[in-house]
Design a protein around this ligand. Structure first.
Ligand code: C2E
Ligand code: MG
Ligand code: MG
Length: 587
């Protein structure tokens, strides 16, 4: 089969992208769809997955009010999708773009309608493929006019009957065709699609190399083939995802099958003399309760799979309509977040919460906490915002912005004459710490605002340290050698807490607020705080207690000699101007 790169209209796409794409090894994957495209292609396109916009080749009628760059935003394109499948199509494109933006490399295909006018409408099958360019991931895609497809089902089956080169299993096209045949068979009353996605498959390629990665894929496909229920068949639907098509299956049988696979994968699989521990995220869609067409069943199973991939504990589930709602809400949230960021970080603001010295009851600093005020004027709390930013790949940018805001603000306050020992505490993420250049970035921002490094405390959590302790350590050591202080946040809620105290250059321990919540009644928590303070002081670390909401909580630990308190009792996080008004104007 000849490798085929279908190029969009070169007038519309910058030549640098084209050169880069055509020289990229990923383009050979396009050969998989080449037979489908020959003579059938309606149009090709590139899409910017971060911007969520398309740049179409000549086949697409000029139905859109394109901007100067020739890019059509997703919402504008969706306006040309028929009413019946618009919502579904929005979800398919939206989730594919956000998966691609966060580094997923799978190919996808699905069908939808296009209505340009009452007498000009088509039914297209779209294929999309992420491509890595120097400037990040982009999407290459093709649309095939299904409305003019041969009505002969045999021709259809042959065209879609390509097998996966690695596993030898039939692919997505064949799955859809067979599912459609099954659900139109009068003798079949129920059926199911079960998706099995190999967790973190890209790490196998990174660790063992491409060849071994392929062997693992083939080994896992063979393992699954050996465990299929009677009457079921297996398909290879994207790089790391398999699908079981199971006619006549009941809900209970599907649950049992997914549980069985989960248990089986607790044992290693021997592949090329290597014991491989592989786990699957699994989801299922049942006919007829979860969908009435092959496309709908697969789309719904994919929605639930998307959700299961983000779950830490539960690894399988059957589709329910709430999964679609949740995904829609998530995509809407990410869409608004992206829009806000592109709009010069509209609504992003740092709030500041006072830190109070236990001995003198004086203000010694503030913790900078991120807030996002949405279009509806709702303050969205940072954990949700940060998870969204990580999903759309903007956390690095915002992380730097947070540092810059906190440092600039503290520097301004210091210049205005606040206590020269005033500390600004800034939270950082695991991703920040894992970047080898992170310490240098912090130091250059400090220099930019002429802020003494001794006024900065960076807060890290125990969980953020787990992933790559070597790079984290290097960053922390460099920062500390420059005079920046490090605080271990939410202490007591992560793992191996005491071990970190020994191994890492930490100045401050912030005991998590769960230990203070019930302090008047809970003897264990009292003893825990007492022991940690004794230990920390013996190795010259300070202890901050988070979450003091009432004076009684502070009173009940007054004999323990913590160094600093933080909590709603002393002050809630507020905007910088309010903070100034409350704490600086009086002095
Ligand atoms: P954290 O770093 O432990 O921040 C303290 C959290 O406890 C803040 O929640 C604060 O509002 C809350 N808090 C303080 N005193 C009390 C109290 O007396 N009672 C109760 N119930 N809560 C109290 P917030 O602002 O919602 O932040 C939550 C978490 O989100 C933070 O926990 C931190 O892990 C993360 N976060 C916040 N801002 C940033 C940021 O700029 N960058 C990064 N990487 N993470 C951030
Ligand atoms: Mg913190
Ligand atoms: Mg905390």
């Amino acid at each position: 089969m000849e490798d085929l790169l279908i190029e969009p209209d070169p007038v519309k796409v910058s030549s640098s992208i084209l050169t880069e794409v055509s020289s990229h090894p990923n383009t050979v994957n396009i050969a998989n769809v080449a037979p489908l495209l020959e003579g059938m292609c309606f149009c090709t396109f590139f899409a910017d997955c971060t911007d969520q916009s398309f740049c179409f080749s000549g086949g697409m009628p000029a139905a859109f009010g394109e901007d100067q760059s020739g890019f059509v935003p997703l919402p504008e394109f969706l306006a040309c999708v028929g009413n019946r499948d618009r919502e579904e199509t929005a979800l398919r494109y939206g989730s594919f773009f956000s998966d691609t933006a966060s580094g997923k490399q799978d190919m996808i295909s699905f069908n939808h309608s296009l209505c340009f006018s009452s007498d000009d409408s088509l039914y297209v099958r779209v294929f999309m493929q992420p491509i890595q360019t120097q400037d990040g991931m982009i999407v290459w895609g093709a649309m095939i006019d299904q409305s003019r497809r041969s009505p002969d089902p045999g021709v259809h089956a042959d065209r879609f009957g390509t097998r996966n080169d690695i596993s030898g299993l039939p692919g997505r096209g064949r799955l859809l065709f067979e599912t459609e045949s099954i659900i139109h068979d009068r003798n079949v009353l129920s059926a199911a699609l079960v998706l099995l996605d190999i967790k973190g498959f890209h790490t196998y390629n990174d660790r063992f190399g491409r060849q071994k990665g392929d062997a693992i894929l083939k080994g896992l496909a063979d393992m699954l083939l050996g465990k299929l229920p009677e009457g079921a068949s297996l398909f290879h639907v994207s790089i790391d995802t398999f699908c079981v098509l199971w006619p006549h299956a009941s809900r209970a049988q599907i649950q049992e099958f997914m549980e069985f696979i989960q248990q089986e994968t607790a044992h290693p699989v021997m592949i090329a003399q290597e014991a491989i521990f592989a786990t699957f995220s699994m989801s299922a869609a049942l006919f007829p309760s979860c969908g009435s067409s092959a496309d709908e069943l697969l789309a719904n199973a994919e929605i639930t799979l998307h959700k299961m991939k983000g779950e830490k504990r539960k690894r399988y589930a059957i589709y329910t309509p709430s999964d679609k709602r949740e995904l829609k809400e998530k995509l809407d949230f990410e869409f608004h977040l992206t829009k806000a960021i592109r709009n010069n970080r509209e609504g992003f603001e740092m709030y500041y919460q006072p830190l109070v010295d236990v001995g003198t009851s004086k203000l010694i600093g503030a913790e900078a906490l991120l807030r996002w005020i949405s279009e509806e004027n709702i303050i969205v709390h940072p954990e949700k915002v940060i998870a969204g930013l990580e999903a759309i790949g903007y956390m690095e940018d915002i992380g730097e912005w947070i540092l810059e805001q906190g440092i600039r603000q503290c520097s301004e306050w210091l210049s205005a004459g606040v206590n020269p020992d005033f500390l600004v505490h800034i939270n950082i993420t695991a991703e920040d710490l894992m970047r080898p250049t992170f310490a240098c970035t912090v130091i250059s921002i400090l220099r930019k605002y002429s802020m003494p490094s001794a006024n900065l405390v960076l807060e890290i959590t125990e969980t953020s340290l787990i992933r790559n302790i070597a790079t984290c350590r290097q960053n922390l050591i460099k920062l500390r050698s420059e005079g920046v202080k490090i605080a271990l946040d939410d202490f007591g809620t992560g793992y191996s807490s005491l071990n970190y105290l020994r191994e890492l250059p930490v100045d401050v321990i912030k005991i998590d607020r769960v230990f203070i919540e019930d302090i008047q009644r809970d003897r264990f928590n009292h003893s825990f705080i007492s022991a940690i303070i004794l230990l920390a002081h013996s190795i010259s670390r300070s202890v901050f207690i988070e979450g003091i909401e009432e004076i009684e909580q502070a009173d009940s630990i007054s004999d323990l000699h913590a160094d600093c308190y933080q909590g709603f009792y002393f002050g809630r996080p507020v905007a910088a101007s309010v903070f100034e008004e409350k704490y600086f104007k009086k002095t």
